[in-house]
Design a protein around this ligand. Structure first.
Ligand SMILES: Nc1ncnc2c1ncn2[C@@H]1O[C@H](COP(=O)(O)OP(=O)(O)OP(=O)(O)O)[C@@H](O)[C@H]1O
Ligand SMILES: [Mg+2]
Length: 415
């Protein structure tokens, strides 16, 4: 072997790194949905052909892309969302690295049809694998953007072969991904459809119609009885006060106090009564600042607490946490789904106590003591919340739970 150290060609590095950002059809959909949401859309249509391997198309009615940006959008680390590293502490958009479209160019054949009202008309653009504009054609369109990724992973034979074998599983992962965003953006219409081949019949896998409430959205994506059976989650008056006295921290820093004051919890959880949960943990959605994320420790805790009331089932959970942007680090993994939380241990203990109060109320036993919170709460290491496959398990179209009503669900103690 030639032992001389040489730089890998930039074309090869581009392909190697891009295949780590775009890992599956689901990750394409995730990146494109996030771009559409960042563009201010109210309608997102996702169209797959041959499980996304022949074509993935995401159509939005957002602000579109101005012609002055046509060259820049597909170049590595070119973004309209972040300028400096320290901007990461206040970033509110889903994207910030300027890497998704560039990576998508490397692993597929990318074309974009877009119209921004700052231009006279719409344009269809096609890009080469390096992210350079190959052709540009005027074509009218309503304001917004259609991104089409064809022949995904053609230069990656191992991945392509594997994905050809697991099409149905990929489709379920895509549906779960769209479901996660739809549940967090009730006012936005989402539609996911699939066509086995170019001439095959297109079927709608899921659809929301810009629901006015979370319950409408749950009903549209699952069933009305599922929506009716769930309990609301919310913040207490004071996060510290709900911690049992012996578990309150002896001293609290200004940073912890500020984060707890700003932390807001909302969402839904299954009633703990027998039969109101689910046979599997397949409907569990966690968000921080509306970003779907993997919070394995919090997910484990929610399931453990629920098991104290309902031993045989898992809860349906939609858990939204609002936290100050400088209390989280979303830059842990390329998919931005793993999040590092400041004072995670303290926040988790507070959430556990609130969850128990919620389930106690629903269970009709207000006097139940809050059970042990695990390790002592005197020190709060800021430990990373690592990625897990836990939330990717299961399907969105599993059987609805055996639930008839949201009985025994008094108003929770909220702010
Ligand atoms: N659907 C869209 N509507 C309007 N602008 C878009 C759309 N998709 C992409 N863009 C523009 O293209 C740029 C590059 O998108 P890309 O997804 O590659 O990077 P990003 O969203 O900035 O960061 P990240 O790589 O973290 O997603 C965006 O910053 C945005 O300005
Ligand atoms: Mg993006």
């Amino acid at each position: 072997m030639d032992k001389e150290i040489k730089r890998i060609s930039s074309e090869s590095t581009h392909q190697i790194c891009s295949a780590q950002v775009i890992t599956s059809c689901e990750s394409v959909i995730k990146e494109l949905i996030e771009n559409s949401l960042d563009s201010g859309t109210t309608n997102i249509e996702i169209r797959l052909q041959n499980y996304g391997l022949d074509l993935i198309e995401v159509i939005d009615n957002g602000g579109g892309i101005a012609s002055s940006d046509f060259d820049g959008i597909t170049l590595k680390h070119h973004t309209s969302k972040l300028r400096q590293f320290d901007g990461l502490l206040s970033v509110k958009t889903f994207g910030f690295r300027g890497e998704a479209l560039s990576s998508l160019c490397a692993v597929s054949e990318l074309s974009i049809h877009t119209y921004s009202t700052s231009d006279p008309t719409g344009t269809v653009l096609s890009y080469d694998h390096a992210g350079c504009v190959q052709s540009q054609l005027a074509k009218p369109r309503q304001p917004g953007t259609t991104v089409s990724a064809r022949n995904l992973f053609r230069q990656f034979p191992v991945r392509l072969k594997e994905m050809q074998k697991t099409g149905q599983r990929e489709l379920k992962a895509c549906a779960r991904c769209v479901t996660a965003y739809a549940l967090a953006h009730t006012g936005i219409k989402f539609c996911l459809s699939h066509q086995p081949s170019q001439s095959g019949k297109r079927t709608v896998a899921l659809k929301t119609s810009g629901c006015s409430s979370l319950d409408d959205c749950i009903a549209a994506l699952f069933t009305t009885s599922q929506a009716k059976s769930l309990l609301p989650l919310c913040s207490p008056d004071s996060w510290l006060q709900i911690l049992p006295e012996d578990q309150r921290p002896r001293s609290i820093t200004d940073s912890q106090e500020r984060i707890l004051q700003e932390m807001d919890l909302s969402g839904r959880i299954s009633s703990p009564l027998p039969g109101m949960g689910r046979p599997a943990g397949d409907r569990q959605f966690f968000y921080i600042n509306n970003r779907p994320c993997q919070l394995p420790r919090l997910a484990r805790l929610v399931n453990e607490v629920y098991k104290l009331y309902n031993r045989t089932q898992h809860p349906f959970v939609i858990m939204h946490l609002r936290l100050p942007t400088d209390a989280i680090d979303v830059n842990l993994t390329p998919d931005k789904r793993s999040i590092y939380l400041c004072h995670e241990h303290l926040l988790t203990a507070c959430l556990k106590a609130q969850l128990q109060q919620r389930l106690d109320l629903a269970n009709g036993c207000l006097s139940m003591p809050v059970r042990g919170l695990g390790p002592g709460l005197t020190d709060y290491p800021a430990t990373p919340v690592l990625a897990s496959s836990q939330q990717a398990s299961g399907s969105v179209d599993a059987d609805p739970p055996d639930s008839s009503s949201g009985a025994n669900s008094p108003t929770p103690i909220c702010r």
